[in-house]
Design a protein around this ligand. Structure first.
Ligand code: MF3
Ligand code: CO
Length: 257
């Protein structure tokens, strides 16, 4: 499928949806404490979504290649879980020292935004703090690299260049993506540099950038639940994601309050 360009009107709807999504995710973050269950977080995300008259985009979503639809509104990935942790089937109780990634998609008036953050549960060690900070900065390095007329590889290059010297593992099998009419659209946005320069960046493209960075090696494994990706070495992983729109002077972040 070709890369799509959204109209001004569609971008305004995505901007409103992104703001609502950022608000919901911030409320979910606020509920994260030692003793909170992942099920409570999913229920809160669902409720806030419905209160706003919107739909959780991940609930029952089945991307090509996956065996079954995603069963929750929110992805909650704890410690060595990288992404797509399921909060409601075997709920977990969060404990002091954990790090938890919260990832959610929102369908507002038929248009989709996607957003994720990783946060500490209570007090966490310095290695975890560093991992989260580097991953967040990697996302912003990617966003800063967006220029009309540039290419997708500029984003990948900026993320890799920022992370590489820190000696952390960049997940290669999962990547960012176009978003807006659907949860996942072309193009793929790898978090490391490929030879191909990728699509040209054009005003009105809507992209979800999402570096996933591991404390140890880059290798990943898929759980028996068919969804949860975790690190192969059992070390921790962090994930930050924003939906952005390419503008004539760079990019605007849509998933912020
Ligand atoms: N941000 C995640 C991604 O782009 C969302 C996955 S949707 C799910 O991979 F339903 F597959 F969880
Ligand atoms: Co995404």
């Amino acid at each position: 499928m070709a890369v799509t360009i959204k109209t001004k009107e569609e971008i305004e709807i995505l901007r409103e949806g992104g703001k609502r999504l950022a608000f919901i995710l911030a409320a979910v973050v606020h509920a994260v404490k030692p003793g909170t269950s992942t099920l409570e977080l999913d229920n809160l995300a669902r409720k806030l979504c419905e209160d706003g008259g919107d739909k959780p985009a991940f609930l029952n979503y089945k991307p090509a290649g996956m065996k079954r639809p995603y069963p929750a509104a929110l992805c909650v990935s704890v410690n060595d879980e990288i992404v797509h942790g399921i909060p409601n089937e075997k709920p977990k109780i969060l404990k002091e020292g954990d790090i938890v990634s919260l990832d959610m998609g929102l369908n507002h008036k038929g248009l989709f935004t996607d957003h994720a953050v990783t946060v500490p549960v209570g007090e966490v060690d310095d290695v975890a703090k560093n991992l989260m900070e580097i991953t967040k900065q990697a996302l912003y390095a990617g966003i800063d690299a967006i220029k009309e007329g540039g290419h997708i590889r500029d984003i990948s290059y900026a993320i890799e260049r920022f992370v590489r010297p820190k000696r952390l593992g960049i997940v290669e099998e999962l990547c960012g993506h176009g978003v807006g009419y659907k949860v996942h659209e072309d193009p793929y946005i790898p978090n490391y540099c490929l030879e191909d320069q990728g699509e040209k960046l054009k005003v009105g493209m809507v992209l979800a950038l999402e570096p996933m960075i591991n404390e140890g090696s880059k290798h990943i494994a898929l759980d028996d639940d068919g969804w949860t990706y975790r690190t192969a070495d059992g070390k921790r992983s962090a994930h930050f994601e924003h939906t952005v729109v390419v503008t004539k002077d760079g990019a605007d972040i849509l998933t912020q309050i």
